[in-house]
Design a protein around this ligand. Structure first.
Ligand SMILES: CC(C)(COP(=O)(O)OP(=O)(O)OC[C@H]1O[C@@H](n2cnc3c(N)ncnc32)[C@H](O)[C@@H]1OP(=O)(O)O)[C@@H](O)C(=O)NCCC(=O)NCCS
Length: 165
């Protein structure tokens, strides 16, 4: 589902979990609490009128039993940097909900949305040492294409999920 106001508290709790694991977040809890409507507006804008250099993207939340579980970005097309790092789909699961199969589920739902948008071959990338992520991609039909050096400490794996004929 698309982000919704009714899950704000659950989402803010998850953002606190992301901060606790040292993940960088662009919207901090105190800002979200007072300007959630603006956060939603910025996400909508990213779909049709992205910032310079960014591909248009739709942001989805996985929610279960009234709780935010994780989120996924679906980029509508690839630009040069997404082709090397980022791909069509990026996702994360809140730390307290990991290792329960939600990552696989979220990726699967993202692939369904990509197909609805007419995206044929889907590129998904992950760090070479991100075991959870590459297991998710492989479980969803990803075929390892290569590993590229993006000037980071680890190589980036690039997987394609090919369109069915
Ligand atoms: C990567 C991430 C999305 C995995 O989410 P998750 O909900 O734990 O994934 P799942 O429960 O669906 O697990 C998928 C598989 O990976 C394995 N796995 C997950 N995390 C793992 C870890 N840290 N170490 C080893 N295996 C792991 C699971 O056991 C499962 O294995 P299986 O194929 O034998 O069933 C989550 O750890 C996360 O959000 N990480 C931070 C953001 C990130 O790395 N996003 C991906 C960017 S490409």
């Amino acid at each position: 589902m698309r982000p919704q106001r009714q899950y704000m508290d659950s989402y803010i709790n998850a953002v606190q979990e992301y901060i606790a694991e040292d993940r960088s977040v662009s919207w901090h809890p105190e800002i979200l609490r007072t300007r959630f409507h603006e956060y939603l507006r910025v996400l909508r804008q990213a779909e049709t009128d992205p910032l310079a250099g960014m591909a248009p993207a739709t942001h989805y939340w996985l929610t279960i039993a009234g709780e935010y579980i994780g989120d996924l970005d679906l980029r509508h097309h690839l630009n040069a940097s997404l082709r090397r790092y980022g791909g069509h789909i990026g996702y994360k699961i809140r730390p307290s909900m990991r290792r329960r199969g939600y990552g696989k589920l979220l990726c699967k739902l993202g692939i369904v949305e990509a197909r609805k948008r007419g995206i044929g071959d889907i590129l998904i990338t992950c760090d070479d040492d991100n075991i959870g992520s590459y297991r998710i991609i492989e479980a969803n039909g990803g075929i390892l294409y290569d590993r590229v050096d993006n000037g980071r400490p680890v190589l980036t794996r690039r997987y394609w999920i090919y369109a069915e004929d």
